[in-house]
Design a binder for this molecule. Structure first.
Ligand SMILES: NC(=O)C1=CN([C@@H]2O[C@H](COP(=O)(O)OP(=O)(O)OC[C@H]3O[C@@H](n4cnc5c(N)ncnc54)[C@H](OP(=O)(O)O)[C@@H]3O)[C@@H](O)[C@H]2O)C=CC1
Ligand SMILES: O=C(O)[C@@H]1CCC=N1
Length: 226
């Protein structure tokens, strides 16, 4: 990490917890990380005091807009001059392989955007998108790991059914998913082309693909899960 990154990371970051009387007077940056239905309760538990220090709120709440959060904070706390930046991270961030989507208002300070990018990049990829893109992309980067785990579990179940021990099956499935993902990222090839490269004419893979298509896997993912 370069000096610039270290400098911007030197701001103190704390999460909002219950009964946070002094969070705003002590922290430059505050994460809003409760479920959306508890936002009002959380905001009302904050006390801006005489000298609020917080200049940046980072929200991971799914579906709550920057303007809605700004309005709630401004109304409840009666102070202005802060930025709200929305992010949608995912749980793989805990192992350094996360994917965070970030959006901000046009008037957000570039230093604030850099702070968030720097913080979230420490846990994986981080990309800036428009706010209108955040909800649809959240269905993939935020919820996506759960869908992938179901697929890992299903493939592992299939292997177990054929007599492979569970731990070996799950390890091989996960490594295969990792490898396939790296192929998509590193080769830049269309996933359909990568799939074609695995399917030998008349081979077992195309037979498996046929079975997947017959059972509506693609339809279920595109039409129902997303
Ligand atoms: N799970 C995921 O993969 C992702 C979740 N998100 C978003 O993150 C948010 C939290 O989700 P998740 O972590 O799964 O949910 P959890 O229920 O695990 O965590 C919610 C947290 O909010 C705290 N909390 C509840 N009420 C208040 C309050 N009034 N004031 C302050 N803090 C409060 C809870 O504290 P306590 O434990 O003390 O009750 C808990 O730490 C949601 O908005 C979700 O959309 C975003 C991306 C991915
Ligand atoms: O299921 C949820 O509400 C959150 C949003 C993204 C991931 N989990």
């Amino acid at each position: 990490m370069n000096l610039y990154n270290l400098q911007i990371l030197s701001v103190r970051v704390l999460s909002i917890i219950y009964f946070t009387d002094d969070v705003l007077s002590e922290c430059d940056v505050v994460f809003l990380a409760m479920k959306p239905q508890y936002l009002d309760e959380a905001v009302s538990s904050l006390n801006s005091g005489k000298n609020p220090k917080t200049k940046l709120f980072i929200s991971i709440l799914v579906g709550v807009t920057i303007s809605a959060i700004t309005k709630k904070l401004t109304t409840a706390l009666n102070f202005v001059g802060f930025d709200v930046i929305r992010i949608m991270p995912n749980t793989p961030i805990s192992v350094g392989a996360g994917c965070t989507m970030l959006c901000h208002d046009e008037d957000a300070l570039s230093t604030h955007v850099e702070i968030v990018k720097c913080l979230m990049s420490a846990g994986g990829a981080c990309e800036v998108v428009s706010e209108s893109m955040l909800n649809p992309i959240s269905a993939i980067c935020g919820a996506g790991p759960a869908y992938i785990y179901v697929m890992v579990e299903a493939l592992s179940d299939g292997a177990v059914k054929m007599g492979v021990p569970r731990d070996l099956a799950t390890r091989v499935v996960a490594q295969t998913m990792l490898g396939a993902s790296q192929m998509v990222i590193k080769t830049g090839k269309h996933p359909g082309q990568l799939k074609d490269e695995v399917c030998s004419p008349g081979g077992s893979t195309i037979a498996g693909i046929h079975a997947m298509e017959q059972s509506g896997v693609r339809y279920g993912i595109v039409g129902k899960a997303c």
